[in-house]
Design a protein around this ligand. Structure first.
Ligand code: WTA
Length: 652
């Protein structure tokens, strides 16, 4: 954690209370209402969460709200039978939501499709019957590698309906990454697409999957969604293994009974980066995840029947799972889903979409806001954004300057901003303002959500003003662990402080009003444009290259991305560090992980600065990469290294 960051937030005193008008209509209004409910959620979580769960449909009521007998493997609503797809779709068919828009999809070229809840039910049922016809069963793992087309949201719901476990792999990942995940989860099926549009160019996806599953035995069938009726995305279809989605669903019945699932049946796996070279399959289950994403979506976005909710996240990441798909759909919201780039055909595309569909709520990432800021006010100014009533951000700390721009230029100083802190592992939003309650401060995720007992502590478990973010009590959507590796779950998240706290890996500060300021990761995970990348993952890629002896990757400040990556690479003897070699290493990262993991800089070095015990001094590398003063280097095995690194960096 950076002391400079602490200084910045310590001097941020501006506060923006919600307008009276917003407060008057909000689900939760005023500090007293919040405080009373919050206290109840902490003092009596069973009653609190039991009441929330009762707002949803259960085929059989739970026996116990929370079971902590196998700490830290908490279970929620045990004995209960439910189905998340039923709650997101079928539940809305009897009544005013039947013909309401569920998904409002916009393709990058400007094509669009609106699916009502009735349509969604029909499509999901046909999809489910199609999947069953090719042998997909409850508990089977289904890897999904799809772009942002409506079938992606439908694929999630369909798997949930029949109890298959979905695992979406973001469409920016490479064939090698898909393969690693497929092998780890032992998937039997893949749902993919022939392609998608990105910044006006066709993106071919099927060939990635073909490469990924070559020689992989576990895959039985591949379902391929056709982007459009053209030959732009032509791809190979392997007889016997691959099927077109449109053929699969064509003659299927429009009705498919839902599987009555156990609350603790697995819903999905989502791989995320940690501190080792291997991404972890984070597990979430049906009941707890459903209850928590439903409630957070309702209260944090203050969802009302007439809202049009636009979340710009890709469903390939947790934000898309929880707050483009499940949470809002469980609330019968109308959700805008956009396929392409924010700057195509011009920098105003998001604002054009807001205007076109009359979006009332807009949820995006700080990295996007910083890019909009750079592109200039003229783009939003060309569009009527007066439909907006609430703004949100997620994925990384937002700098006060970007927050103020969002507030003024997009929100016209009228819209509350919810800065939501959470993670893949938490399943849902943990720290956040409630828009009808909390005066916001630029850069602060403010207060804990209901049921979240958060603290800032030091390594000894003492509460401090600045230190490590920690959470005391379990909440319904806490991950059920790392797929196939229960020990890793314990070690990573529960090892410190006698298992009393869940440790998310972030540093934070708490101010005099009890507001939380999340400052960023304190482990070796870097948040590039809100995407988690483990430095160890890149390091293990580099050493696969025959010229590389050793490497160390660190996160560095980046104006738009929040953080970027700097790779220090030591080459084998007699190998020269050329620009061609840098390109080769970049290509290797693109092949092994994906293009989005490419570092800002590769710095060749004769050796890496290490402590006497042989630990790489990452902090020092960060200081060097960011050009800061070097400080005390007396613990270095070879102090001259630092000088040479510094020299090489400034020449770079
Ligand atoms: C960071 C994304 C500051 C944090 C939902 C966390 C944030 C990691 C915020 C999780 C925020 C997310 N303020 N930092 N509002 N939201 N983060 O799993 O470091 O992709 O641990 O989940 O993003 O990233 P993940």
């Amino acid at each position: 954690m950076d002391t400079q960051d602490i200084d910045v937030v310590l001097h941020e005193n501006r506060a923006f209370p919600p307008s009276q008008e917003f407060q008057d209509q909000a689900h939760i209004s005023g500090r007293e209402a919040y405080q009373a409910l919050y206290q109840k959620s902490i003092d009596d979580p069973d009653t609190f969460w039991g009441e929330v769960a009762s707002e949803l449909h259960w085929f059989k009521k739970w026996d116990q709200v929370m079971d902590n007998s196998e700490k830290p493997f908490f279970k929620w609503f045990t004995g209960g039978k439910t189905n998340l797809c039923y709650n997101c779709v079928d539940r809305h068919l009897d009544g005013p939501n039947r013909n309401k828009a569920a998904l409002i999809w916009e393709g990058e070229p400007g094509d669009s499709r609106v699916l009502t809840y009735f349509d969604l039910h029909r499509e999901v049922c046909k999809f489910a019957n199609g999947l069953k016809s090719i042998g997909v069963k409850k508990g089977d793992r289904v890897a999904i590698y799809l772009p942002m087309v409506p079938e992606l949201a439908m694929a999630l719901l369909t798997c949930a309906r029949i109890g298959a476990v979905h695992s979406v792999v973001f469409a920016g990942f490479s064939a090698d990454s898909i393969k690693d995940r497929i092998l780890d989860m032992d998937a039997k099926f893949v749902i993919t697409g022939d392609g998608s549009w990105r910044r006006g160019n066709p993106l071919h996806l099927k060939s990635m999957v073909d490469e990924a599953i070559e020689g992989v035995d576990c895959i039985e069938k591949v379902v391929v969604v056709k982007r459009e009726n053209s030959n732009v995305f032509d791809c190979d279809i392997q007889e016997g293994r691959d099927l077109w989605y449109h053929n699969l669903v064509k003659d299927q019945s429009q009705n498919c009974p839902v599987e009555k699932l156990d609350s603790e049946d697995m819903l999905f796996l989502l791989y995320t980066s940690g501190t080792t070279g291997k991404p972890k399959g984070i597990m979430h289950t049906q009941g707890g995840y459903m209850v928590y994403t439903y409630l957070t979506a309702k209260y944090v976005f203050d969802l009302k029947p007439e809202d049009v909710y636009f979340c710009t996240a890709d469903i390939g990441w947790i934000t898309g799972h929880s707050y483009l798909a499940y949470g809002p759909l469980a609330n019968a919201a109308s959700c805008v889903m956009y396929e392409g780039a924010p700057n195509y055909p011009d920098n105003g595309r998001f604002w054009e979409i807001v205007e076109k569909y009359g979006a009332t709520i807009f949820y995006t990432a700080p990295t996007a806001i910083r890019a909009f800021m750079k592109w200039g006010d003229q783009w939003p100014e060309r569009h009527d954004l007066s439909s907006l009533r609430l703004l949100g951000t997620v994925g990384e700390p937002i700098n006060p300057e970007a927050w103020m721009w969002y507030h003024k230029v997009i929100g016209a100083e009228q819209c509350p901003i919810v800065d939501t802190w959470w993670q893949t592992e938490t399943g849902g939003i943990m720290l956040t303002p409630l828009p009808g309650v909390t005066p916001t401060k630029p850069g602060s995720a403010t207060l804990p959500f209901f049921g979240v007992d958060a603290a800032v502590i030091n390594e000894d478990g003492e509460e401090k003003q600045a230190g490590l973010l920690a959470i005391r009590k379990p909440w319904p959507s806490i991950t059920r662990g790392v797929y196939g590796d229960p020990e890793r779950f314990k070690e990573t998240y529960w090892c410190n402080w006698d298992g009393k706290y869940y440790f998310p890996g972030d540093g934070a500060k708490i101010d005099d009003d009890g507001y939380f300021w999340v400052l960023g990761r304190v482990d070796d995970v870097v948040n590039v444009s809100g995407h988690r990348i483990g430095t160890a993952e890149l390091e293990s890629v580099y050493v696969e290259h025959p010229t590389v002896a050793e490497s160390a990757v660190v996160g560095i400040k980046h104006e738009i991305k929040g953080q970027g990556l700097a790779s220090f690479v030591t080459l084998r003897e007699d190998i020269e560090g050329t620009d061609e070699l840098k390109t080769e290493l970049d290509e290797l990262v693109a092949k092994k992980i994906g293009k989005f993991a490419k570092p800002e800089k590769i710095i060749f070095t004769l050796d890496l600065p290490k402590t006497r015990s042989g630990k790489i001094m990452r902090r020092l590398l960060r200081d060097i990469a960011e050009g800061r003063a070097l400080g005390n280097v007396t613990t270095l095995a070879d102090p001259s290294i630092v000088e040479s690194l510094k020299g090489q960096y400034s020449e770079d």
